[in-house]
Design a binder for this molecule. Structure first.
Ligand SMILES: NC(=O)c1ccc[n+]([C@@H]2O[C@H](COP(=O)([O-])OP(=O)(O)OC[C@H]3O[C@@H](n4cnc5c(N)ncnc54)[C@H](O)[C@@H]3O)[C@@H](O)[C@H]2O)c1
Length: 310
């Protein structure tokens, strides 16, 4: 008996890159897979989703293609309905689809901002919304926990920031907030919600950074197939108590990240004045603060100075 035998999974953006590896891997573990991807070869050839569905079927697995934009509200509902209608239920929602529209913040267009926030953030929430409603109804009807799994895909850009990616980093940080909140809400239905921040050689990263060198005769750290086993594990019963966690997954490394710890703090039962805060800030961030020699300065003078800056 395979580890995910009888389970039904949706993998979004599964036509290429990391999502494709994940869909193939979940299928090898026994899951039936809804392979979502709206992309096509060269924009008009064979659909990426169809290619992966064919690969799964040729290997003896069960899969069906879904071609919709994950950020389309009604299409997201239809995708959940498709999984239930085709395979009789839903156990795993793996949100992976994404795009990049990199540009320095002062040159970014409104469309570049909106598209990236929409595809990543709404594209994670919309399927979650309808999967959660499905699992809630299952619990109501059966009286048993749904044992559902939601896995999101963030990025280290969202955890640490990255040059040229204000839109992408904001969307990816939003996904971790969505994860932490959905994990709390869905716990009572027996549904876990976790997030990975992967690193791999894919059409997305090669499109951004250029062709990667594939090593010969040594471990290929950038191979997207390295990510899938951790996803597989999170989907098993052995991971039933793991929820609300963020993992960086790369090569042979899985890092469990800690949520924002308090590094230092000033605290009292009264508001601070700015003069006091200059002193307190130096106390808790001695390496980062330099008290202006003539502090307090007149804010109007500061503004006037910045206007004249190059
Ligand atoms: N590759 C990395 O190193 C890396 C690092 C950090 C985060 N990620 C994240 O991992 C995920 C997968 O990245 P990848 O590198 O495999 O990318 P990729 O571009 O190789 O594959 C993404 C797939 O998503 C599909 N897609 C895009 N928008 C869609 C939409 N609205 N609806 C449905 N499908 C859509 C594309 O057609 C494509 O096939 C993304 O969320 C990405 O942001 C990747």
């Amino acid at each position: 008996m395979r580890l995910l035998e009888g389970k039904v999974a949706i993998v979004t953006g599964a036509g290429q890159g990391i999502g494709k590896s994940e869909a193939l891997y979940l299928s090898k573990l026994g899951a039936a897979v809804v392979v979502n991807d709206r992309g096509r070869e060269n924009g008009k050839g064979q659909s990426f989703a169809d290619q992966v569905v064919n690969e799964i079927k040729q290997a003896g697995g069960a899969a069906v293609a879904n071609y919709s934009d994950v950020s389309d509200w009604n299409a997201a509902k239809a995708m959940i309905d498709q999984a239930v209608g085709t395979f009789g239920g839903l156990d795993i929602l793996l949100c992976n689809a994404g795009i990049v529209r990199d540009r320095v913040c002062y040159n970014m267009s409104e469309a570049e901002w909106d598209d990236v926030i929409r595809v990543h953030l709404k594209g994670h929430f919309a399927p979650t919304r309808f999967a959660a409603a499905y699992w809630r109804e299952q619990v109501r009807q059966t009286g048993k926990p749904a044992s559902g799994r939601i896995i999101y895909t963030s990025s280290e850009a969202g955890l640490f920031g990255h040059f040229g990616q204000v839109n992408y980093a904001s969307a990816k940080a939003g996904i971790t907030g969505l994860c932490l909140t959905a994990a709390v809400k869905l716990e009572k239905f027996g549904v876990t919600v976790n997030t990975i921040s992967p690193r791999a050689r894919t059409p997305m990263t090669e499109g951004t950074f250029g062709k990667f060198v594939v090593p010969h005769g040594q471990f290929d750290e950038q191979n997207p197939d390295n990510i899938a086993p951790w996803i597989g594990f999170l989907c098993t019963d052995a991971a039933a108590n793991i929820s609300g966690q963020i993992f960086v997954v790369y090569g042979g490394t899985v890092s469990l990240m800690s949520p924002w710890p308090t590094k230092a703090e000033i605290k009292r039962q009264a508001a601070w004045t700015i003069e006091e805060l200059v002193v307190e800030a130096q106390r808790i961030m001695p390496g980062l603060t330099a008290r202006p020699p003539d502090f307090p300065v007149n804010p109007v003078d500061l503004l006037a100075g910045s206007q004249g800056a190059p």
